[in-house]
Design a protein around this ligand. Sequence first.
Ligand code: GMT
Length: 375
Amino acid sequence: MKIAIVCYPTFGGSGVVATELGIALAERGHEIHFITYRQPVRLELLGNNIHFHEVHVPEYPLFHYQPYELALSSKLVDTIKMYDIELLHVHYAIPHAYAGYMAKKMLQEYGIFIPMITTLHGTDITLVGKHPFYKPAVTFSINKSDVVTSVSEALKKETLKIFDIERDIEVIPNFIETTKYKNVYTDCQRSMMAKEDERIITHISNFRKIKRIPDVIKIFHRIQKEMPAKLIMVGEGPEKEKAEDLCESLGIKDRVLFLGNSNEIDRILCFSDLFLLPSETESFGLAALEAMINKVAIISSNTGGIPEVNIDGVSGYLADVGDVDTMATKAIEILKDDETLQRFKENAFNVASKFDIVHILPLYEDLYDKAYKSR
Ligand code: GMT
């Protein structure tokens, strides 16, 4: 099929899922067109059946806010017409589903009927979308999509609770490409990061409030009192500076490495022992899944869709949001001896394997097929 994918091109989870999905679909012979304001971070290879179309928003002094939705829907109309695209898949409701619906309506003027799939990712519902300023537009865009998918059961439940939804929501969990990880990093070069006897704890996020960065630091603070350990913090965001200050005031600055954004997530996860995800809410927790496939055990909060990914007592442990004590105690339990740690690491990999793309991709293809036939 010829498919247009709209997403955010950033390091964030929804952009990564959309990009990896597009790449996998292209490998299966579909023709994929990414339409967004910058080339997506993980989209390195463009080719015959994988294209990128940049949305430009011309600056005009009259506009206090430049109208991205307008530029996006116009770009969608032009690209869909030019390449005879058959289906539109938008990731993240705001403003993508809204712009997509407008494009769909405009295309009908040319006798083109294109189905639109909207995938809900989390913050578009739980954080931004439910704000009264956006809620009517988000409700409308979801209801007007031809197919709506959610990345977890928890997010589906939350969406139905918050919005007046008149249609079915299909749950298609996020995925991982297991084969990519076979024999890639046989030598992780762990010694570059830590001493032989040190445990390596990792956190990766966009350092927003919702990630509860101080909890990450406090959990680590307790761990390093019990055993030699290093904390690797990957990502950029508004909470980063405060986190650096907290490390300084707790006297653990020399044991914490802030690496910033990285394109080498798998290399970092390869030498990690434990991943911390104490988020306030998380519709899925893709970062945890990426850690698990790299054989990293997880300590997380038990909120949103995380319990669908991190299985308590198997791939790691879960605790209530903000319960730093339990999280630290459980982390120490996992890390205390090599045998226990190895067991959790292997389990994490096995649980993550269930989210292999080979199981998930056909679910999207089936939906595309149905949506196209019933357009
Ligand atoms: O976590 C973020 O802040 C980024 C956000 C996004 O939309 O890119 O991630 C959301 O979508 C990911 C992919 O589906 C999920 O794995 C994350 O759990 C979800 N984040 C939240 O729900 C907070």
